[in-house]
Structures are given as structure tokens and as C-alpha cells.
Write a protein that binds this ligand. Structure first.
Ligand SMILES: Nc1ncnc2c1ncn2[C@@H]1O[C@H](COP(=O)(O)OP(=O)(O)OP(=O)(O)O)[C@@H](O)[C@H]1O
Length: 458
């Protein structure tokens, strides 16, 4: 993947499957590459023509009310038809007077384009002040969103700025960019210090909104940003693949009178992600099984999720010492290192990324065809007084984690490691909550395992 002089991803990184620029190379063979990209393009066209698919649309981008410069940007990225969420959300988002939006659509179905096109449509490029703010839960996601803003806005006059750690030089003042993308802590800090003047802000977007509003997470910081924005002039846009009940009420208050696009419970995850599990004997056996999977993990690219940073570090150190090439990323690493690790992974320099929930949401890397839940995602139960109790599976995080594969109609595999009664029960709860079957694969028959996985990816 290429970057331009400013360090942004170039639009080539986001070309559609038909272009083949960012498709997995089977084994470096050009014929295979052309064949595989052709097949992906054909299945994408089929899915976009199937009314039951989240990628379906009866309309063209021209019919959604976008201006010609933005249409140029969209086609330059290789998009040909809108997805369902784009078709449904954009006319509502662009209508006047502006109305708030709470939008839900499965992982990898193109929510980013919906809110980025709204920000780019609403900005008055003759005014050099921030007019659209967008918050995301991680710097990696903020950087990715920015690359979409830049690619889609390529034929506009848009100026952009980050509000993420170490993005602005100390002593910087007076951001004049039209669109600012960042994380809530840094955004709060920059607004407080008047580096960002919010007086002209008219669009406020929360990507991964349920996470951004969760009282256990970023909710307080996000609310702080909202409270600093001018009243009655800001269109509030919330997007996510999940909106669990406990944040829905808050979301409704946060974005009052919003247009809503919602999913049914059984629609939460896409069918093109095949889910498996492997029975491991104990914690240590999990490591051995992971190592035995290495060949398969590197056919395309894969992400291994752990519950704790120290597990991610331990596994990656051990695998590296044993001669395997893996990268690890988590929130305890400093900003520069995090950027280098995710960029290296995007560029395919590393094929296996061992990480925590820090990149469970939003990250879009088309070549990732496998996700491993080395540890199942867990969260603490809360009693009526808000006290933390037993651990239970974190269904939303599970849906987001497996959604790092199977992007925009591609095939993907997720594998859960279970190693005792508790993890087994947790997985059953996940299966029940998502309504999708999780199929067992043998841990001791590598050939059978490979066979089954390749079949799932066909
Ligand atoms: N209309 C389109 N045609 C072709 N490709 C598209 C279209 N819209 C989006 N894409 C591509 O689909 C991929 C997934 O899009 P995006 O990252 O916006 O998904 P998302 O819905 O935000 O997922 P998540 O819930 O995981 O954040 C991206 O690579 C994007 O470039």
C-alpha cells in the first residue's frame, strides 16, 4: 500500500475488488491473482444485485444526491454501486434541514463512506474553520477514517487535521482545517485549549458509536466533547454494527429525533464469515495449536485477538524466538510504534498480527481472511449498583472482532480457542446470541483442518 507525502493512504489502497490492487496474492502468481480478483469482482456484483444482501442497492451513487466532485472521488476509489446502508442513509443524511442519524449495518458494509460523504457534503470550503468533527475509539481507526476522507475528498478543496496523540506540534494554535478526525481524549484537550475552535461545527460523527457512548468506556469523554459544541446547529451522526440495549437509550438522548436504521438481532453478523472453534487441552496447548496454524495464518493475513496486552506480548515474543514472523500491537505501545506496526501490517510486511481489543473495531484490511480468538472476548457483569461481578462473553466485541475479516462480501474465517468448561460455555452463549453456528475443527489433524478452512474460503 502506498502513502502520499503527508503520510495518508492513497486511494489505491481502497480500490474496489475489480481493480485487484489490494487483493490477496495467492502465491505470488499473476494468473492466480487475476483469476482470484476476477472471482471476487463477480461475486461482489452478484451480491450487490441480491436484495437480501447488505451490499444490495437499487440505486446508483448519482441518485443519492452527491455533488460531482464527490462522485469523482467515489469512482476514483473504484466503487461502482452503493451498499444498502449507503443507499438508505445518504439521502436522509444529506436532506435539509439536517437531521440526526443513528445508523446500524453489519461490519464491512461501507458505513464509513456514508458518514465521510456527509461531512464532505456539508463543509463550506470557503470557510477555514473546523466544520465537521469525527471521533473514533482508536488512533488506528482515526487514521483509517482520515485516509477515506482524503481519498473521497480528492477532488474537493478539503483540508483535514488529526486530533490524536502527538499529531499536532506542541504550541500549535488555531486549526483551520474543515474536517477534524480523532480520539475523544485528544479532541477534548484541543477544544479546551482553543486549538480547535468549534463555533462553526455543524456535523459531529461518532464511528463505533456504541463503544464511544458506553459508560464503561469512552462515554464520558465523548459527552464532554459534545457539550462543548454549539447548541442547535450540529447534526449528530452515530454509526456502528452493534447497538446493545444498554447504550441505545443514551444514544437516543445523545442524538435526539434521529432517523434510525436498525438491524434485527439475527442480522448482526454477515454470513460470509465462517465460524469455527478448536478444542484445546489447556492454556499452554492454545499456544501450541496457534503455532501449528502458522502456515494457514499466512496464506492471506490474520489477526489474533488476546484479552490482555501481556498475553499478546508473550505469544509474539515466543513465536518470534521460535522463528515465526509476527507483529504485536496494543495500547501500551507508543504512538509512533503503533503507527509503524499497523502500517506494516496493512502493507502486508507482516502477515500475522497479535493484538488486543484495541483494533477489534473498524479496521479495514481486505487481505485479512482469518481471525483467531485466542482468548474469547469477556466483560465483567454489572449489578444494579454498577459493581463489577462475574465475567461473561462480550458479544459486541466478538461481532466486531470477527468482522475484521469478510469485508464487503469477501469470504473469511474465524476460529475460537476453547480450553475448559467456562470458555466452552462462553462460546455457547456467543453462538446463541448471534444465532450463527460455530463448527468444530480438529486440532490434531492438520490436513483435515487445512482442507476445511480452504473450503470455507472458496
Ligand atoms: N459501495 C462500495 N463499493 C465497493 N467497495 C466499497 C463500497 N463501500 C465501501 N466499500 C469498501 O468496503 C470496505 C468496508 O467498508 P467500511 O470500512 O466502511 O465498513 P464498515 O461498515 O465501517 O465496517 P465496520 O463495522 O467493521 O467498521 C472498505 O474497504 C471500503 O472501501
Amino acid at each position: 500500500m502506498q502513502k502520499d507525502a503527508d503520510g495518508f493512504y492513497t486511494p489505491a489502497a481502497y480500490t474496489a475488488p475489480a481493480e485487484g490492487a489490494s487483493e490477496p496474492k495467492n502465491d505470488g502468481d499473476v494468473t492466480d491473482l487475476i483469476k482470484s480478483t476476477f472471482e471476487v469482482a463477480v461475486t461482489l456484483a452478484d451480491q450487490q444485485a441480491d436484495p437480501n444482501s447488505p451490499l444490495f442497492s437499487a440505486k446508483t451513487f448519482e441518485e443519492l444526491g452527491l455533488n460531482p466532485d464527490l462522485l469523482k472521488g467515489i469512482y476514483d476509489m473504484g466503487f461502482s454501486k452503493p451498499s444498502k446502508i449507503q443507499e438508505r442513509a445518504l439521502p436522509l443524511l444529506l436532506a435539509n434541514p439536517p437531521q440526526n442519524m443513528i445508523g446500524q449495518s453489519q461490519s464491512g458494509t461501507g458505513k464509513t463512506a456514508a458518514f465521510v460523504l456527509t461531512m464532505l457534503s456539508r463543509v463550506d470550503y470557503s470557510i477555514n474553520k473546523p466544520q465537521a468533527l469525527c471521533l473514533a475509539p482508536s488512533r488506528e481507526l482515526a487514521r483509517q477514517i482520515m485516509s477515506v476522507v482524503v481519498a473521497m475528498g480528492k477532488f474537493t478543496q478539503v483540508q483535514t487535521e488529526y486530533a490524536i496523540k502527538e499529531s499536532l506540534p506542541k504550541g500549535a494554535s488555531n486549526v483551520t482545517a474543515h474536517i477534524v478526525v480523532g480520539t475523544p481524549g485528544t479532541m477534548t484537550d484541543l477544544i479546551r485549549r482553543k486549538v480547535i475552535d468549534v463555533s462553526a461545527v455543524k456535523v459531529f460523527v461518532l464511528d463505533e458509536a456504541d463503544n464511544m457512548l458506553d459508560k464503561d468506556g469512552l462515554g464520558e469523554q465523548t459527552l464532554r466533547v459534545k457539550n462543548m459544541l454549539p447548541k442547535n446547529q450540529v447534526q449528530i451522526i452515530l454509526f456502528s454494527a452493534t447497538f446493545p440495549d444498554h447504550v441505545r437509550n443514551f444514544a437516543n438522548k445523545f442524538a435526539p429525533n434521529a432517523n434510525k436504521i436498525e438491524l434485527q438481532r439475527n442480522e448482526l453478523s454477515v454470513d460470509n464469515i465462517r465460524q469455527f472453534y478448536m478444542d484445546c487441552k489447556n492454556e499452554d496447548h492454545k499456544y501450541e495449536v496457534l503455532v501449528s496454524l502458522y502456515q494457514l495464518l499466512t496464506i492471506g493475513q490474520s489477526i489474533i485477538f488476546c484479552q490482555h496486552r501481556h498475553t499478546a506480548d508473550r505469544i509474539s515474543q515466543r513465536m518470534t524466538a521460535e522463528g515465526h514472523k509476527v507483529a504485536s500491537l496494543h495500547g501500551a505501545k507508543d504512538a509512533q510504534e503503533r503507527d509503524a506496526i499497523i502500517d506494516g501490517f496493512r502493507e502486508g510486511k507482516d502477515k500475522v498480527l497479535i493484538t488486543t481489543n484495541v483494533i477489534a473495531r473498524g479496521i479495514d484490511i481486505l487481505q485479512v481472511n482469518m481471525v483467531v480468538n485466542y482468548d474469547l472476548p469477556l466483560m465483567a457483569e454489572r449489578d444494579n449498583h454498577g459493581n463489577k461481578g462475574d465475567l461473561r462473553p462480550d458479544i459486541e466485541t466478538y461481532i466486531h472482532r470477527i468482522g475484521r475479516t469478510g469485508r464487503f462480501g469477501r469470504k473469511g474465517i474465524s476460529i475460537n480457542f476453547v480450553h475448559d468448561k467456562a470458555t466452552w460455555q462462553q462460546m455457547e452463549q456467543i453462538e446463541r446470541a448471534t444465532g450463527k453456528q460455530i463448527v468444530r475443527i480438529e486440532t490434531n489433524d492438520l490436513d483435515a483442518m487445512e482442507e476445511q478452512m480452504k473450503k470455507a474460503l472458496k
